[in-house]
Design a protein around this ligand. Sequence first.
Ligand code: CP
Length: 319
Amino acid sequence: MADSQYNFPFRHLLGIEQLSCQDITGILDQAKAFEEVCENPDVKIIPALQKKIVVNLFFENSTRTRNSFEIAEKRLSANVINFDAASSSLSKGETLIDTATNLEAMRPDMIVMRHNAPGAHILMARHVNASIVNAGDGAHEHPTQALLDAYTMREKFGRLDGLKVAIVGDIRNSRVVRSNLWLLTKMGASITLVGPPTLMPLDMKETWPNAVFSYDFDEVIPKMDVLMMLRCQFERGTGMYISSQGEYAKHYQLNMARMEKAKKDAAVLHPGPINRGVEITSEVADGSNSLILRQVTNGVPVRMAVLYLLATGSPGAKD
Ligand code: CP
């Protein structure tokens, strides 16, 4: 396996916001080396983290991220503990900080954490010596999702710089959009955010002056290299901001009629889980432009890279 020779300068992966272009490229290049490990039937598992204990601490449901992290950890030979929030002492009223300090007392090396409260992983990082990997915090950040999205785009187009990317749909509730905005703008892509006005908070225009905002999906589609569709997050209240799912689909669903207007080689991405027939139709999600399952495959080497770089980072790594 080729090693990228890159040293990650942080003790935790809290978000994309704190990363430089060099950090992002270092992670993606290391992931490329690990992709070769995953694809080689004679290798598949390497001893890189065999002395490390990793706790997967998921307070929110997950299919892709949790299993992808666990497979990445096992491919690196880490010792894996899966914390089950439903059967933990949280149900007896234990606080997040008490949970953190009690986990720390058992000296894990890394904690991969998903929580519905924005910033919960930062609180955790303040109370433990273990490296924290943010696996999604409320509507704030989902850094490994943005990294695997970038990896997938770079794999298809050979670059991120200059790519035209539309991120479409439930901008208001999405942590995926925030991590992708940080990452793609740092790496020189141009971003157009598309959705109904009710799902695009006005303050985002101040935070992201370089992003273009549009309410007209049909006008945007022909110009884009990448159409990244977001899940309507009904569990976070999206239904209150749209008149009906049918009306939403009429203006913002990616369907075959809209794909007719797209560039021939436009890439369709979606972080999953998909609301089939709402933000995207099955014909497009399962069609020839879709890289949705490729995103899932790429999640494993990308997460291997993050865990490996954190475990082998310099002793003076910053928080
Ligand atoms: N993309 C993503 O975070 O999916 P899960 O919620 O299934 O982990």
